[in-house]
Design a protein around this ligand. Structure first.
Ligand SMILES: Nc1ncnc2c1ncn2[C@@H]1O[C@H](COP(=O)(O)OP(=O)(O)OP(=O)(O)O)[C@@H](O)[C@H]1O
Ligand SMILES: [Mg+2]
Length: 245
């Protein structure tokens, strides 16, 4: 085990590799022992070769830029196994016909959640929605297309308001209609979860999305559309509310 973690430290790359006390602390904060093992398994299976820089630290997950063995960038979302806030996510899994059980232990429930984000990305991508293309899911880790330039992810539309909001919104509505045709509700659609990728919308953070038949299917979409109207009315004068239905 020790040697695995040592080699992982080495693999983790420039930002969080340092062996000094501060560096060690960052590594311990972000990765529990089991997560280190899961990352090591991805390295040895050849899915990714290094973790480069950390992009985001959230309550439930941390996102990294990673490299494949042939030098391509990937975004790697690692769900925390030690988080107390996971409970509130249960309601998005229960009632989802794609998952018979959310898992028997806390750890299994986190794995189910990662599976769910992967499946949602996969269906949305297949239906033509602009989402990062999913590549792999392993235990609590989802590997997907990296939406960024060099070491920086593209900004959210909260951070960078589109130059031509009408056009941007039009593209976004096409993406939303695509996953709606495929009978999914995103469930957390807001200006925080839409990236401005060189003036094209990309929807992210799809873990909580639910299919038709789930008890929250309608309610979540209604809330999403409310959020969208609230954001877009500030960017587009005289925007009609009806387009968000
Ligand atoms: N595929 C990706 N490519 C580039 N950056 C990404 C990608 N996915 C996520 N990010 C970055 O990581 C941040 C957090 O991602 P995401 O919203 O999926 O995670 P989260 O932990 O659920 O976040 P939050 O709890 O803040 O909603 C995004 O705002 C974005 O900056
Ligand atoms: Mg988010």
């Amino acid at each position: 085990m020790r040697t695995n973690i040592e080699s992982l430290d080495w693999n983790i790359g420039r930002t969080i590799q340092s062996k000094d006390r501060e560096g060690r602390k960052t590594i311990d904060d972000v990765f529990d022992e089991n997560t280190l093992k899961n990352i090591q398994q991805m390295f040895s299976r050849g899915i990714i070769s290094t973790l480069e820089n950390i992009i985001a630290t959230g309550k439930e997950a941390n996102v990294f830029r990673a490299k494949t063995f042939d030098g391509r960038n990937r975004a790697v979302k690692i769900y925390r196994q030690n988080t107390a806030t996971f409970r509130k996510l249960e309601k998005y899994i229960e009632g989802d016909p794609r998952f018979k059980s959310s898992g028997n232990s806390h750890r299994e429930r986190v794995f189910t959640w990662a599976q769910k984000e992967y499946k949602n990305l996969h269906s949305m991508h297949a239906s033509g929605t602009n989402v990062p293309k999913p590549f792999h899911v392993h235990k609590n880790i989802v590997v997907m297309q990296y939406m960024g330039w060099r070491y920086r992810p593209y900004p959210t539309i909260r951070e960078l308001i589109p130059e031509d909001p009408k056009n941007f919104l039009n593209d976004l509505l096409i993406s939303i209609n695509s996953y709606r045709k495929n009978k999914l509700s995103h469930g957390d659609l807001s200006e925080y979860n839409i990236l401005n990728v060189r003036e094209k919308p990309y929807i992210i953070d799809v873990g909580q999305a639910v299919p038709e038949g789930h008890p929250l299917y309608k309610e979540l979409h209604t809330r999403d559309m409310k959020n969208m109207y609230r954001y877009w009315r500030k960017q587009i004068p005289n925007l009609e509310k009806e387009i968000f239905e």
